[in-house]
Design a binder for this molecule. Structure first.
Ligand SMILES: Nc1ncnc2c1ncn2[C@@H]1O[C@H](COP(=O)(O)OP(=O)(O)OP(=O)(O)O)[C@@H](O)[C@H]1O
Length: 261
């Protein structure tokens, strides 16, 4: 299987604390990889190192074989690595449709004059509607973004990320802050994107049971280190992983969540 993203000995220390420590992984192209681990395991820091928000103390990041360790986050987005929070700049006072259209426009780098051309406008609008259908937000396209529920805002965020048309989607806990009723809809959206088969999805999730079925592979971080990597079956059968989550976790919620699906 072709590797699209790779980390080698990726390490970052804050003071004396290693938040990510010697993590070497290969992320296969067009596959669904979940990064799981208890609170404070280093998941978000790992994402920050891949997307360029943080520079590593040691180690490298490769995209399609190219060493991108020194590239800025903007350069990485242009290369094809999109991260959900980079576009949380949802404009609250315009409609859902307008938000997606503006995101498409920013990708196309269309100048104002060109944008005024009706044919362009129509194409952007049609593409925006297609994305809103994919994220199950079509019925809210004329709603002012500020009036969306939290779950709907996360869907809009995903639509805007898709509008950038990046090959890799880094999704940082897309279910965070959602009510229980909102979770299935966002998972359905993510599954639909996965089933299109043309994107590499890397998703951080704290609750292992939410992503087991969706994932082609899982990587487990614990105390900044890569504890295990493998298929959902391999991870479920891995005793070290189970004890890290259940036995070793200081967070009672973690223990309750594992296997609760
Ligand atoms: N900028 C920073 N300065 C100092 N320490 C940091 C910084 N960012 C993260 N850390 C520490 O690094 C460790 C890993 O944090 P990180 O947020 O990556 O974990 P996580 O697995 O994403 O946790 P959660 O599931 O709670 O979001 C934690 O101990 C955290 O306190």
């Amino acid at each position: 299987m072709k590797t699209i993203l790779e980390t080698k000995d990726l390490t970052i220390a804050f003071g004396g604390h290693y938040a990510v420590n010697n993590v070497s992984v290969e992320i296969p192209k067009n596959q669904f990889t979940s990064v799981i681990g208890p609170n404070g395991a280093g998941k978000t820091t790992f994402f920050n190192l891949i997307s360029g928000q943080l520079a590593p103390t040691k180690g490298r990041v490769y995209f399609k074989g190219q060493n991108i360790t020194k590239k800025s986050s903007t350069q990485r987005t242009r290369l094809g690595i999109g991260r959900s929070f980079q576009i949380t700049n949802v404009f609250p006072n315009v409609t859902v449709l307008e938000n997606v259209r503006l995101a498409i426009q920013s990708k196309e780098k269309v100048r104002f004059q060109m944008f005024r051309h009706f044919k362009h406008y129509e194409k952007f609008e049609a593409d925006s509607k297609k994305l809103l259908r994919l994220v199950l937000l079509e019925d809210k396209m004329n709603t002012i973004a500020a009036n969306l529920s939290h779950g709907e805002k996360r869907k809009l965020e995903i639509a805007m990320l898709l509008a950038l048309d990046t090959e890799v989607l880094l999704l940082d806990e897309p279910t965070a802050g959602m009510s229980l009723e909102e979770v299935p809809a966002i998972l359905e959206v993510i599954e639909k994107i996965k089933n299109q088969g043309n994107r590499t999805i890397v998703l951080i999730e704290h609750k292992m049971d939410l992503v087991l079925e969706l994932s082609d592979q899982l990587m487990v971080l614990y105390n900044g280190e890569l504890l295990a990597k493998g298929s959902p079956e391999e991870i479920m059968a891995n005793e070290t992983v189970q004890s890290a989550y259940i036995g070793g976790s200081t967070n009672e919620q973690d223990a309750a969540e594992v296997g609760s699906s």
